[in-house]
Design a protein around this ligand. Sequence first.
Ligand code: 5GP
Length: 191
Amino acid sequence: MDVLKERIRRDGVIKADDILKVDGFLNHQVDTVLIDAIGLEFARRFAACPINKVLTIEASGIAIGYAVGQHLGVPVVFAKKAQSINLEGDVYTTRVESFTHKRIFDVIISKKYVSPNDHVLIVDDFLANGCALDGLIAMTEEAGATIEGVGIVIEKGFQQGGRSLRERNYRLESLAIIESMDPVSGQIVYR
Ligand code: 5GP
């Protein structure tokens, strides 16, 4: 998606060998026009799939999930990062190691909102080692729902998450795949 790739080049900040900040348009301030275009692009790529629900994880996934859901005409469910293990009610739960915070979160989804009849598109902002997605996949599969595919805005292709998902035969659509990025020169190379 060229408009996204150009925006990453223009406004992305390479913080370290493996961290890209996109706070100016995706992760803190959100460019609503760009997010809408991202939603439309995912809806176009998955148009042939019988998706009835979009699933993401708070917080940065919510705006993306909303945009895709709106273009597909389906609801978005976001997994919540639970504060404690004393979880109330009937929930699916998993543990996710946060790539950016280096912490382990308990993540939950209410059983009310994902069930065996659902055909789910999972979306998120970044794909690095795949921990967040593995958690979402595990809860969706535990619910007995069908995973129609995974949509990622920025995949860091030099980390293992994308390869692992493709090897397991999930349909993965990433709008920008970064092959390499250099914090010193600021150069970004796309796949
Ligand atoms: P993973 O679980 O695939 O290792 O990491 C994905 C999650 O970590 C995403 O939900 C995203 O919030 C965060 N993340 C991973 N890499 C980056 C990065 O380079 N920049 C930012 N801003 N977030 C990242």
